[in-house]
Design a binder for this molecule. Structure first.
Ligand code: ZN
Length: 169
């Protein structure tokens, strides 16, 4: 069990697509445990492998229902519908929240730790978390979803923050 530092915006690993898992071996089992520990330590509701610097298509989430942590190996988004504007944040972009428009409903197909096919589907926070983690696994980040002026402003804020400048806007 290990808690990893969470990679933050500017770290190139967040922009790299992860690679599918060919075999669920000990390395994958350890990775899943580390992701769960790091997610709970943050605390957060989801964590993708590249957020701790591992380029494998593995993510975990816990939407704080009574079901506990759930594991997504080789997850793919198979269906989305509707639209939902929601103020969204990301552990890799700490302290920032943006109104992000995404489909409201999402259905995801993945493998669990036994290699069995599992499906998760829903709207609200569940639909949001599923889409957010799958976006990470493809090398995406939530700001990619903003329209051009909002994205420009977000990147300017992040650049100024990185330089230690105060934002006067
Ligand atoms: Zn995130």
């Amino acid at each position: 069990m290990a808690i990893y530092p969470i990679r933050t915006f500017g770290d190139p690993v967040l922009r790299l697509p992860t690679k599918p898992v060919a075999e669920i071996d000990d390395a994958v089992r350890v990775l899943v445990t580390d992701l769960i520990d790091t997610m709970y330590d943050a605390p957060g509701v989801g964590m993708a492998a590249n957020q701790i610097g591992v380029l494998r298509r593995v993510a975990v989430f816990d939407t704080q229902d009574e079901l506990g942590p759930r594991i997504l190996i080789n997850a793919e988004l198979v269906e989305t519908s509707g639209e939902w504007l929601y103020e969204e944040g990301c552990l890799s972009v700490p302290g920032h929240y943006w109104e992000i428009n995404r489909p409201g409903f999402a259905r995801v197909r993945a493998l669990d730790l036994e290699g069995k096919e599992v499906e998760y589907a829903g709207d609200g926070i569940l639909g949001r978390v599923l889409q957010h983690e799958i976006e990470h696994l493809g090398g995406g980040l939530l700001m990619d979803r903003l329209d051009k002026p909002a994205r420009k402003k977000a990147l300017k804020d992040l650049r100024e923050e990185a330089l230690g400048l105060a934002s006067f806007e």
